[in-house]
Design a protein around this ligand. Structure first.
Ligand code: ZN
Ligand code: ZN
Ligand code: FE
Length: 758
């Protein structure tokens, strides 16, 4: 007999062309019924095709195909079905959602232009070379959404009235642009404009030609991207890249580079299949790759890697079609630490002066996103910066996080709101100490509350009372709790993997406020989501000058030397101290003696700083984590030797420093010393973890904290632990740096709420 099946698809299935996809699939399978958007996904009702037999083979095939052929940017979490009351359908149709509740599903992140649209850009008369082409499978989403439900009038496409042709496609269920909210063509959609010092160009062809000409001549162009402005120049022209560095007021931090296509990318970088998959994905992140052929020296001064990406906006494709360059620097359009600019007028004021031309378009960016950054370790993508094309996809939790909001940290901030069992992380916000960034933080929190319809009643922030995020949260209404920084790091990793049991937690990190008022950052815990026990940590050492020590790694080197050798070390004539004024050194020692602004720290980041300075590699940092990054980049991968260390109640490094100094005096190359030091850290992690496993009978280990973005360490330590039968958990979908910490804060708060501890 004829049966009616009720199929529920959950996950990210809205705004990604899901209903038209189901419609076409139903036609293919000759099924009659309906598809409808609901709060938590999509509901499909179909009649079985035949009266003759009641088996559900067709339905199961249909479901299988849904999973296999789902639109690229959709994310199906589950498909289930049941046989319901019989309904008879005469055709298959998309029915208008009857859902009026405040509940929503998900907001799609932005999607790189699809192949079909690129083809249309050459064939469709009203879209030839039209750079705002898109369809249900591609185009802007989060960056243009002001409110939900996701409809055109709730986006920044609202001012553009669809022309006849576009409307027809928009209304035609068989069309790829059916209900594609940003649908547009050259007759009705947004347009670019190129502003030079004395001219404003509107003709698309002239804009492209002029842009190419300027770039080829080595000029700098500020151009509006998907989630904010970029600044661009020829990536092989040293003069231009240098000039760009200067005008952006940026010292040593590497620039991202966009390559014309995959062939050019392969000419300049080495990439394995996992890296290729990531860089070509619809998210089009920046992937850190090994450089094969030199770009301009100033692109990534002294680093062997390059942050590479492929075109993702239609305009990028049009540009590279004409441009006679294989690659351009494409860095965020901002001045030093300010958030990336999104507004045309602001860009004209701030960027035109430091570039040769400004390329804008007349559609507003509503939600700011930076390019996301990732790298591949042991064949898995690890995020370093989670923003464009990743945010605001939720992280699914195995617990109720509803109504909780987590503040994140301070330097690399992302916050997080809980809705049901979804943790919705904000896009990368940045360093809150910058006043514009703090504004961005505060505004985005309000935007998220409105967009996702959450009224937080439990607020969780870092234990550090002076973090600007903690301070902001203290001023908000609602119950508040604070959590320890490194517990939150480990909890973030646990949350990603749905772990809620006692595990070994290794947090190697920059700095975070500890229970004993010292600055933690090299911590070994036994913990679950609720509580933690600090088993051991790197031995405390003073951080002379507090935050200053983070910017001036030579201070950390002196602190370690003074700790282990007293004034004796001064006789050693260390290279890294030769340029220091002896008075400065004396002042530092006196500050340590008198304990003036010398908080104690167990930070792994500061230890790396110390070694980086000690071998005279990086004594002053021009950007966050520069010293450890430079130390990593020089490490000789073929060295298997390491240094000694001691495990007492804490991890002691006297012997490590003895041997490093011995190697220095023997003129052993710094690349060897660096490798031996890295291997030492790996051995320490393994030794401590093994001891904890023996003592506590725990086999699961979570690794988190900024230091695990050290590829050398992560690659090797994960393998070593796995080979020795540890179950190793690391961060992939959220960064292991402070950008992922809000997820951990949220998980801890949810756990404590469930235990009625808050
Ligand atoms: Zn498309
Ligand atoms: Zn049109
Ligand atoms: Fe941290």
């Amino acid at each position: 007999m004829l049966q009616t099946y009720n199929i529920q698809v959950k996950g990210l299935v809205q705004g990604v062309g899901f209903r038209p996809f189901i419609y076409k699939l139903a036609l293919r399978y000759k099924l009659k019924g309906s598809v409808e958007n609901r709060n938590d996904g999509v509901v499909i009702k179909v009649n079985n095709r035949t009266f003759k037999h009641s088996n559900n083979r067709i339905i199961e095939e249909f479901i299988q195909t849904i999973k296999e052929e789902a639109p690229l940017a959709s994310n199906i979490v589950s498909v289930s079905y049941e046989i319901t009351d019989q309904e008879l359908f005469s055709d298959f149709r998309i029915i208008k959602s009857t859902n009026t509740s405040e509940e929503i599903t998900e907001i799609s992140p932005d999607i790189a232009v699809c192949d079909e649209c690129l083809e249309d850009m050459q064939l469709q008369e009203n879209r030839i070379n039209y750079p705002f082409i898109n369809c249900t499978n591609c185009g802007p989403r989060f960056t243009i959404i002001k409110d939900l439900p996701y409809d055109r009038e709730k986006t920044t496409m609202h001012p553009f009235i669809m022309c006849e042709k576009c409307r027809k496609e928009y209304s035609d269920i068989m069309d790829r642009r059916f209900h594609a909210q940003p649908v547009a063509c050259k007759n009705c959609g947004p347009q670019y404009e190129l502003i030079t010092k004395n001219n404003r160009i509107h003709d698309p062809e002239t804009i492209l030609q002029t842009t190419c000409k300027l770039l080829e001549e080595g000029k700098i162009i500020a151009m509006k991207g998907l989630g904010g402005f970029h600044m661009a120049c020829d990536a092989l022209n040293e003069e231009s890249v240098k000039k760009l560095r200067k005008s952006k007021n940026r010292d040593g931090k590497p620039f991202a580079v966009m390559f014309a296509d995959i062939e050019k990318l392969k000419e300049f970088t080495q990439l394995n299949s996992a890296e290729e998959l990531s860089i070509k994905s619809w998210r089009r992140p920046i992937i850190l790759l090994h450089e094969k052929k030199k770009l301009a020296h100033s692109v990534s001064v002294g680093f062997s890697t390059v942050g590479a990406m492929l075109p993702y906006m239609p305009f990028h494709y049009l540009l590279f079609e004409k441009l006679k360059l294989p690659a351009i620097v494409l860095t965020s359009g901002n001045i030093s630490d300010e958030p990336i600019l999104i507004d045309n007028d602001d860009a004209e004021k701030k960027l035109l002066g430091i570039s040769n031309a400004l390329l804008i378009y007349n559609r507003k960016i509503y939600n700011r996103t930076d390019d996301s950054v990732a790298f591949i370790i042991n064949n898995t993508e690890r995020l370093i910066r989670r923003s464009r094309a990743y945010a605001p996809s939720p992280v699914r939790m195995n617990m109720d996080v509803d109504g909780i909001m987590a503040s994140g940290a301070e330097l690399v901030n992302c916050f997080c709101v809980g809705k049901g069992n979804q943790a919705i992380l904000s896009q990368h916000i940045g360093d809150l100490k910058n006043i514009e960034t703090l504004d961005f933080y505060i505004n985005t929190i309000e935007q998220f509350k409105k967009l996702f319809r959450v009224t937080p009643n439990l607020l969780v922030h870092d234990m550090h009372p002076d973090y600007l995020s903690s301070k902001h949260f203290q001023g908000l209404d609602g119950k508040k709790i604070s959590v320890q920084h490194h517990h939150a790091h480990i909890a973030s990793c646990m949350a990603e993997h749905h772990l809620d049991e006692k595990i070994i937690g290794v947090a190697l990190d920059g700095v975070g406020f500890g229970d004993d008022n010292n600055i933690w950052g090299g911590e070994f815990f036994v913990c679950d989501l609720n509580e933690y026990k600090r088993i051991t940590h790197f031995d405390y050492v003073p951080m002379p000058g507090g935050d200053m020590a983070t910017k001036e790694p030579w201070r950390m080197a002196v602190a370690y030397l003074y700790k282990y050798y007293g004034r004796e070390f001064l006789k050693n004539n260390f290279q890294f101290l030769k340029k220091r004024n002896p008075n400065d050194i004396e002042m530092l020692l006196m500050a340590i003696d008198k304990n003036i602004n010398c908080p104690l720290t167990s930070s792994a980041g500061r230890l790396f700083d110390a070694v980086s300075a000690l071998i005279n590699l990086c004594t002053f940092s021009t950007f966050h984590a520069e010293a450890p990054m430079r130390l990593e980049t020089i490490a000789d991968k073929n060295i298997i030797d390491s240094y000694e260390f001691q495990l007492n109640s804490t991890i002691q490094l006297n012997k490590t420093f003895n041997k490093i100094i011995e190697d220095l005096s023997k003129n052993i190359h710094v690349s060897v010393i660096s490798a031996k030091f890295h291997n030492t850290i790996i051995n320490i992690i393994f030794a401590v973890a093994s001891k904890i496993r023996d003592d506590y009978k725990i086999n699961k280990i979570a690794l988190s904290g900024g230091s695990f973005q050290n590829r050398y360490i992560s690659e090797k330590v994960e393998k070593l632990l796995t080979q020795n039968n540890f179950q190793v958990y690391t961060q992939c979908t959220v960064p292991s740096n402070d950008g992922g910490i809000a997820l951990g804060q949220l998980a801890i708060a949810a756990k404590r709420r469930s235990l009625k501890c808050v």
